[in-house]
Design a protein around this ligand. Structure first.
Ligand SMILES: [Zn+2]
Length: 439
């Protein structure tokens, strides 16, 4: 579209960002030395036409080439890609805050497995409408905190009816945030199958064709508290046959060879990695599977409190995280939002915890919440960075620099969120310079 001035017309221009972080990386993933090299454009600008970014660069450059019907003045503000939250248990019912009080008070607590079973009972008892309205309310919070794409697992049904119901709810959530459903029938063994592991594995496999109608991903928990490598292998092979891409809950409470399984099957991600062995880390580093880490779990399960009982590998989280980063593996951060071990829906909180608990750098954390998280969902060509051709999922922050978002904590620093080119959360930046479009 040319104009009389020779400039191209676009719908939206964001100009004068104190900093614009693109979060782009070679090949759509930041690993090795690239992880700590963040592209920052000062006095940055962004041109958007329809759902797409058409140009990114210094304001002087873009202002010379584009004219827009709406201009957002981001003076004094940071502009970044929307967050990608690649691992959540968004659809669920109930709360486990009461049993967490026992952990806090160092009284005997039911284990993680019992906790999941409790959410299982609540979720089975909830109606689809209840599950939907709660998930939508949570998505509102996630969006207001800067997430524009959120993965959502089943796994609190663990029976034919509830697993498919969870997936149908996740697949039909009408919300600006893109929801990516994942079938997690192989989460834990449900109590009714306590004496029939093979029977439950058969059930998980028998649901694959129906689950595939709603979900492109199948997740398998390969862990001492969940399923063995042999059981997971059986499920993984069947899932691949039905056209699923794989994700794995691995190395959470011990080594069950989950990461090796993930790498062997070319899984999109292997998640947790708390107890990952040196061999598992080496295998991950030699693959394109993305390792996903959860500082929210580290904090919430009180690993950081002196005297808390914890396995030895978790006792030095900064060294653990650095070993993973230095291996050259592609790594992402996520909320693992769930009512038991990580009840935070905020990727901002995840960033803030990753610096404090894992001692990751600002640049590392930004990449791990954007482009690498997009890679974990096989979407790094579409989202996760601010680049021409990508979907215009953009956050304008109330602070000027990317480090401030991580240095501060406990307050929501998002000003404006643009999803697919539409201003969806409207802050001061949008009110000051825009026409106040709201969807
Ligand atoms: Zn999980």
């Amino acid at each position: 579209m040319g104009t009389a001035t020779g400039k191209q017309g676009v719908e939206l221009l964001v100009v004068h960002a104190a900093e614009l972080v693109t979060c782009r990386a070679p090949g759509g993933r930041a690993r090795g030395e690239a992880l700590d090299r963040l592209e920052v454009i000062r006095d940055g600008a962004l041109a958007i036409r329809g759902e797409r970014i058409v140009a990114v660069g210094p304001t002087a450059e873009l202002a010379a080439h584009y004219t827009a019907s709406t201009v957002l003045d981001a003076t004094g503000r940071l502009v970044s890609p929307g967050f990608v939250d690649a691992h959540t248990h968004l659809v669920h019912a109930g709360s486990r805050h009461d049993e967490w009080q026992d952990l806090v008070r160092e009284r005997p607590v039911a284990g993680i497995d019992a906790g999941i079973r409790r959410t299982l009972r609540a979720t089975r008892a909830a109606s689809s409408a209840e599950l939907r309205s709660r998930a939508l309310a949570d998505l509102d919070v996630m969006l207001r905190h800067g997430a524009t794409t959120v993965e959502a697992k089943s796994g609190y049904g663990l029976d034919h009816e509830t697993e498919l119901r969870m997936l149908s709810v996740a697949a039909a959530l009408d919300h600006p945030v893109e929801v990516v459903p994942t079938y997690l029938g192989a989460h834990v063994l449900p109590p009714e199958y306590a004496d029939d592991r093979a029977g439950y594995v058969d059930l998980v496999i028998s649901l694959l064709p129906a689950a595939r109608r709603y979900a492109a991903y199948c997740d398998i928990a390969c862990d001492p508290i969940s399923f063995t490598a042999a059981e997971c292998e059986q499920i993984a092979a069947a899932a691949v046959e039905h056209g699923f891409r794989l994700r794995v809950h691995a190395d959470q409470t011990g080594d069950a060879s989950g990461t090796a399984l993930a790498v062997r099957f070319g899984a999109s991600s292997t998640d947790h990695l708390d107890e990952a062995t040196p061999d598992a880390i080496a295998a991950l580093a030699g693959s394109d599977t993305v390792g996903v880490l959860f500082p929210g779990v580290t904090l919430h399960m009180l690993e950081t409190v002196p005297g808390s009982a914890r396995p030895p590998l978790r006792s030095n989280r900064p060294a653990w995280a650095r070993r993973l980063v230095d291996s050259g593996a592609t790594l992402a951060l996520s909320t693992d939002y769930n009512p038991g071990t990580s009840p935070t829906p905020s990727m901002q909180t995840v960033m803030q915890l990753a610096a404090r608990l894992y001692r990751l750098s600002y640049a590392e954390i930004w990449h791990m919440c954007t482009i690498n998280a997009a890679a974990a969902l096989d979407r790094s060509a579409e989202i996760g960075s601010l680049e021409p051709g990508k979907r215009a999922d953009v956050v304008i922050w109330s602070v000027p620099e990317h480090g401030v978002v991580i240095h501060r904590f406990g307050a929501n620093l998002v000003d404006t969120v643009i999803v697919r080119g539409q201003t969806t959360v409207q802050g001061r930046a949008a009110r000051a310079g825009g026409d106040g479009r709201q969807t």
